[in-house]
Write a protein that binds this ligand. Structure first.
Ligand code: DQA
Length: 157
């Protein structure tokens, strides 16, 4: 099973930026932890971070036929980007949107996520552990999708 992990703008600054909100862990450390639990479950992760909206759209499009699901923290673009929402809808893969902070108890402009409407589920407010929760949830979703597909395939034969 292959999963893409896509990180939006300023997440490369984790561990430095607003530690009282996002905590002390760097993005690399978060990815190392994810890699460890993915390996235990025979899952391959492909990590990508960009500060540029178009690059994130390109990366999402590349996921088609390459991975079985996406974990994404679109960061500030969650609140503004119809382009990222449309790209997620276009590839039609299971998607978990992760936010380190609880966006629903922050400024009003953060309380709406445009991209969440193209996501299967959203995890928000559990700190970096949210990525782990995202990984577990996505693995489960992909397993269920595959089971349904296999059942349908065997009915057709
Ligand atoms: C964030 C929340 C966003 O509002 C913010 O712009 C971020 C990080 C989070 O993970 O909590 O950059 O997505």
């Amino acid at each position: 099973m292959k999963i893409a992990v896509i990180q939006g703008p300023n997440l490369n600054m984790l561990g430095i930026r607003e530690k009282h909100i996002y905590g002390p862990m760097s993005l690399e450390q978060i990815h190392e932890q994810m890699k460890a639990s993915a390996e235990q479950n025979n899952v391959e992760l492909e990590f990508f971070q960009s500060n540029l909206e178009g690059e994130i759209v390109d990366r999402i499009q590349e996921c088609l036929g390459e991975v079985e699901g996406i974990i994404i923290n679109p960061a500030a673009y969650s609140h503004t980007s119809i382009a990222i929402k449309d790209a997620l809808s276009a590839v039609n893969l299971p998607v978990v949107e992760v936010h380190i902070s609880n966006i629903y108890k922050r400024e009003e402009f953060r309380q709406k996520s445009i991209t969440a409407s193209a996501s299967t589920g959203v995890i928000s407010g559990f700190g970096p552990f949210g990525y782990h929760l995202g990984l577990i949830s996505l693995m489960q979703m992909i397993t269920e999708i595959k089971a349904v597909q296999e059942a349908n395939d065997s009915k057709e034969q």
